[in-house]
Every structure is written in C-alpha cells, then in structure tokens.
Design a protein around this ligand. Structure first.
Ligand code: ADP
Ligand code: ASP
Ligand code: MG
Length: 403
C-alpha cells in the first residue's frame, strides 16, 4: 500500500515522541508499504513563534509572519528524518517548496493551487521515506502558510497529487468523536463519518481536522482515517455518504467558544444596505458568520451578525468608518458568547430537530440569541458561561453517547 501519514504537533511534541513516530513509520516500511510522512511543528512551537513576533514588533508583517511560522515544521521534518535514519530507514526532509507545494499568493491562509508530485514521488520510488513539512508552500518566490491547523491539508492534497491509497491523520485523540472529548465526558468515537458531515463539523469549530483538508478529500475522493499516534486503536474513517450504514439524524456537536455579536440598529430601509456593510467587512478580511436581519417596523432595519471575538475591534472600526454611508442609529456589540452547533445528514428528513435542540438548551437555562440553519446543521449563539452545560445537554438529548 502507498500511504501518506500525517503527525500533528502533540505527536511530535518531544524527542521521545519523535522517536516513537519514527518507530511507527519504520514498522510500516518494513511491512512493505510505501510511506510519505507529513509533519506539523513540535508541540506548541507555532504559538511560541507567534509570541516571539509580538515581542519584537507591534505591527504584523504578513510576509515575515509566514517566513517565521514555516520554520516550526522545518525543525520537526529534519528531526524525524534523523530519527528514521537511526532506525536504518532511508529518509530525507522536504520543505513545502522542495515538495512542490504551490499556493495562491496570499499570506496567512493560502490555498494550495497545485502540487508537483515529482520530487517526493522520485524519492519514495527510490525506497526512501520523504518527510514533508506541512502547513507551508510557496507563491511568487515567497513562503506562504495555509492557516492554523493547515498541515492536515498538506497531507490530504499530497495524497491526491501522489494518487496514494490512503491518508492517515495521526493526532492525540483516537478518532472523530460525537463531541470534543475534552469538553463532553460521554462523547463517543465514531467508526465512520461522511465528508459532508465532517466538513460541516470542521467549519463549525471542530478542531480535529482542518476544513480545507476535508474539502480537498471530498473533491478528490481521498480516503482519510483519523487515529491516534499514542496507541494501536482503530480510528474514524471519513467516507462517502453512500457507503455509510445508515444516516444518523444528528452525528455530532461542535462549538466555537469565543464569539461576539455586533448590531447595527435603526438603518433606513434600502436595497444597498446589506451589501454596503458586508462588502466593507469582506474587503478587510473579517469573517462574518451568523447574520440576522429584522424589519419589525417598516421604516428601519436592524442587522446583527457574529464575528470571532478577536475581530471585534477591527469590525467596530470598519462599521464606524461606514457610519455616514450606512446611516445606522446605534452600533452595539457584545462579547462573551459562544456558538453551539449540531450536524447530521439525516436532519433533512426529520422535522423537529431544531425544536429539540432549543429544548435541550432551555433545560440548562441557556438563552438562544441567534440561530442559523442549513440542510445538515443547526447553530445557536448562547452565553459562553452556559457552553459546557449546553454541550452536555444537547449531546444527551440526541443520545449521542449511544451507538
Ligand atoms: P493535531 O495537533 O494533531 O493536529 P489538533 O489539536 O488540531 O491536533 O486536533 C485534535 C484535538 O481536536 C483533540 O485533542 C480534541 O480535543 C479536539 N477535538 C475537538 N472536537 C473533536 C471531536 N469531535 N473529535 C475528536 N477531537 C476533537
Ligand atoms: N503548526 C501549524 C499550527 O500550529 C500547522 C499545524 O499544526 O497543522 O497551526
Ligand atoms: Mg490539527
């Protein structure tokens, strides 16, 4: 078999862990498989690099941030290649650009445009194990990165480019659970999950896989398994909806902990209003999430929307700058909110799912401030202080702990 194995930060978090990963890779090579490895930076080293940048400069230079953050993965590739050689396995480190990863010319969250599989392919065909740096690429001669958690995407894209049989994502949990096992004690490991549900969960805050990795896997039909590098348990298979045993009404619960709500109150009614507000925000790369517009009395319109808590100041400044053009009466904001979501492909044909979620939230006195739905998800914005109990209550209400 031809496998791409990706090891996340915790999996390569220390010298001892790197040696353990090397032993795992070596075992596969000795069993006759062809293996390409993708690694993240060690432990929290990417966070530490971010901290260092803040200590030397108060402004953020995107080009240099990428140059800096990309070094984390270079450390772990070289160390893992050394550890493999120590076990008698021929191995070599590859930076993103040495591995042919080309991205769009955007810093901080670049999309992969193409991967030239040749350098890695040639090395594997020669009997070696290429150890590729995740999360990085090159565009117009500059180093780019794919956004936090982006090594998953490197691994899946490389699997597609190499036409490998399988992409194994090794992390610190032994699969995809019905909820974050760090938050919900009764969360259960799923044997399988569809690309669609996994994509929705990832987009709604489930950290275990990067959303673009799932998107890429779905587009290219890449077989993905999520499993742990700490034991030999079976993981979770990400698969086509068609090959699953039956559709679950609700498959999992996701959350985003730090959410803020911005409200523009008392705008005159006009067809340009919404476009004006959201174009200004999009131009400044602010990610707007749940949007609610209400027209209670006919002359004015109120719009409220959520952004990540870290974007509040920027969002308020943009709204202030557009005050005259948009002509709102009041600009309000509120922090300390969270978003909780349920995802399930069987929701489409089951009315009453949203009602059941509201009841579960009410049961723990979590007031719902905003709601947004799609065919396979329902999201509610609630107060952050209720998040933990809300996750437990919703998980329990849909009996997600049961098979
Ligand atoms: P890595 O460094 O290996 O990429 P991440 O920290 O990105 O690992 O992802 C693994 C983490 O995702 C777990 O430690 C877990 O707390 C979190 N997580 C959140 N939701 C889920 C879920 N539904 N299933 C499994 N893990 C989840
Ligand atoms: N090292 C990067 C991060 O911490 C990329 C990754 O781990 O996937 O976000
Ligand atoms: Mg990750």
């Amino acid at each position: 078999m031809f496998i791409v194995q990706k090891f996340g930060g915790t999996s390569v978090g220390s010298a001892q862990r790197i040696r353990a990963v090397a032993a795992r890779v070596a075992k596969r090579v000795q069993a006759g498989d062809q293996v390409v490895v993708v690694v993240s930076a060690m432990g929290h080293s990417t966070d530490e690099l971010v901290g260092l940048s803040q200590a030397v400069s108060s402004t953020r230079n995107n080009r240099e941030m990428d140059a800096l953050l990309a070094t984390g993965e270079q450390v772990s590739t070289a160390l893992l290649a050394m550890a493999l050689q120590d076990l008698g396995v021929e191995a070599a480190s590859f930076t993103g650009w040495q591995a042919g990863v080309r991205t769009e010319p955007v810093h901080g969250a670049a999309r992969i445009e193409a991967i030239d599989p040749q350098p890695v392919r040639t090395y594997v065909d020669g009997g070696g194990v290429p150890v590729v740096a995740g999360f990085q690429g090159i565009a117009a001669g500059a180093v780019t990165t794919l956004g936090r958690g982006g090594s998953d995407t490197t691994a899946v894209a490389l699997t597609a480019a190499l036409k490998a049989d399988l992409c194994e994502i090794y992390t610190d949990v032994d699969g995809v659970y019905t909820a974050d096992p760090r938050m919900v004690a009764t969360a259960r490991k799923l044997t399988d999950i569809s690309y669609e549900e996994m994509l929705e969960l990832a987009n709604l805050g489930t950290q275990v896989l990067h959303p673009r990795a799932v998107e890429t896997a779905k587009r290219h039909g890449v077989n993905v398994v999520v499993r742990t590098s700490f034991a030999d348990t079976e993981g979770t298979v990400i698969t086509d909806m068609a090959s699953m045993e039956g559709l679950r009404v609700v498959t999992g619960v996701a959350f985003e902990k730090e959410v803020a709500r911005i409200a523009l109150v008392g705008m005159p009614r006009s067809e340009r209003q919404l476009a004006d507000v959201f174009t200004a925000l999009a131009d400044s790369q602010v990610n707007v999430d749940v949007i609610v517009q209400s027209v209670v009395k006919s002359e004015t319109v109120d719009v409220s929307f959520t952004v990540q808590e870290a974007d509040v100041e920027r969002t308020l400044a943009i709204c202030e700058r557009s005050r005259e053009r948009i002509a709102y009466k009041e600009l309000l904001h509120e922090t300390g909110l969270s978003k909780i979501s349920i995802v399930g492909a069987g929701m489409i044909s089951n009315p009453g799912v949203a009602a059941q979620m509201f009841a579960a939230l009410e049961a723990v006195s979590a007031q719902v401030w905003m709601v947004s739905t799609s065919e396979i998800k329902v999201s509610c914005v609630i107060d952050q202080r209720h998040l933990k109990s809300a996750l437990d209550s919703v998980h329990e209400s849909f009996a997600l702990h049961q098979e």
